[in-house]
Design a binder for this molecule. Structure first.
Ligand SMILES: Cc1ncc(COP(=O)(O)O)c(C=O)c1O
Length: 383
């Protein structure tokens, strides 16, 4: 079965008791046991629950993993992966990563004796040089956020495995529609399900998809022991979101490419970051490991933070908000919004300038989005 069909049918079988086409939403926190052995499929909802399990089965199938685990948020999922590590261990990470991941790695983990080295992961040689005998985890995001850098996932897997480390890939921006890192050698995929998987700006969730069954069992043990699981309502909405994921992401990618091409020719726009553009340094690699460029476009305008602020405060359809991957188009200023948790110096050093603007392309008509951006750029220049 093809991706789109599996997204609708795997893990989402009709209810045999009633014939309901959509599986029921199970909200129970505890499950009656036939005897005291605790060997029934479900016992307590932190350990596992049917609605969450249905979403996990669909996602595991789409990402090509042996198992998926659904969490209360993307950060909870990321945190669970870091709990595989102990004091003295080392992480190598990309620099073009979500600001909250940067904060977890740089502000939380060092207190537990875990050290982190950040390098430009689109530079495979730099990634290899950053490995040490203590490196247990390589964490990449491709496309990166907010600069849309592309990391060679297969090469990163080889580097990690040669050193006896795991490769985890934040696949939030690409989704399994565009890229399946486990097929390229990654051990773990992480999603902020808040974004494309849910797809409608109405839930918070995260997920891990794991290639190896034994590693999946270890992560499930950690998830159950620490408790940040996805609730049943969110799991129901995520399972529903997955049914239209392929359609949404392909449409958003087509609109994003059209807008990126249009922005690249605009006066006042210094640079456009979009892996679907042939001018992007990672374009050729992106076209090998992704089915399309994705729904996120960043661009840098000439002028200061104030000039960028005027643009993001002038759009009408692009709503000024962090997050991404939904039906509604969003616009934001990474320097002070999504990546505001970086130190200013660290942020500038990794290339997130004050004039950088990030767009999350929604499902509105392409022409309306283009008109909205044109009017905002004109208004900002006039101001
Ligand atoms: C790429 C990426 N990874 C991880 C996260 C964290 O996910 P959550 O907000 O669901 O905790 C985000 C959130 O913006 C993100 O954009």
């Amino acid at each position: 079965m093809q991706f789109r069909t599996r997204a609708i049918h795997v893990g989402q079988e009709h209810d045999p008791a009633t014939g309901a086409v959509v599986p029921p939403l199970h909200v129970a926190s505890t499950f009656v046991q036939p005897d005291a052995s605790m060997t029934a499929a479900y016992d307590y909802a932190r350990t596992g629950s049917p609605t969450r399990h249905g979403f996990e089965r669909t996602l595991a199938d789409l990402d090509g993993g042996s198992r998926a685990l659904a969490f209360a948020s993307g950060m909870a999922a990321t945190h669970c992966v870091t709990q595989l590590l102990s004091a003295g261990d080392h992480i190598v990470t990309g620099t073009d990563i979500y600001g909250g991941t940067w904060r977890l790695f740089n502000r939380v983990l060092p207190a537990h004796g875990i050290t982190v080295t950040a390098v430009d992961s689109s530079d495979t040689a730099a990634l290899a040089r950053a490995m040490t005998p203590a490196t247990k985890l390589v964490w990449i995001e491709s496309p990166g956020n907010p600069l849309l850098s592309i990391t060679d996932i297969g090469a990163a897997a080889e580097i990690a495995h040669r050193a006896g480390a795991l490769l985890a890939c934040d696949n939030t921006l690409a989704t399994p529609v565009l890229s399946r890192p486990l097929e390229l050698g990654a051990d773990i995929v992480m999603h902020s399900a808040t974004k494309y998987l849910g797809g409608h700006s109405d839930l918070l969730g995260g997920a891990l998809v794991i290639r190896d069954a034994e590693l999946g069992t270890r992560l499930h043990w950690l998830q159950n022991a620490t408790g940040a699981v996805m609730g049943p309502f969110e799991a129901f909405l995520c399972a529903r979101g997955l049914k239209t994921l392929d359609l949404r992401v392909r449409e958003q990618s087509a609109t994003a490419l059209a807008l990126a091409e249009w922005l690249a020719g605009r006066p006042g726009v210094r640079r456009v970051f979009y892996p679907g553009l042939s001018s992007h340094p990672g374009h050729a690699l992106a076209m090998r490991q992704m089915a399309a460029g994705g729904g996120i476009v960043s661009f840098e305008i000439e002028g200061s933070l104030d000039a960028a602020r005027r643009v993001v405060e002038s759009t009408r359809l692009f709503q000024l908000a962090v997050s991404l991957g939904a039906a509604e188009s969003l616009i934001e200023l990474p320097a002070v919004m999504s990546h505001g948790s970086y130190d200013a110096a660290a942020r500038r050093a990794v290339g997130i300038s004050d004039g950088l603007i990030r767009l999350s392309i929604g499902l509105e008509a392409r022409a309306d989005l283009c008109d909205d951006l044109a009017a905002a750029l004109t208004a900002a220049q006039a101001g």
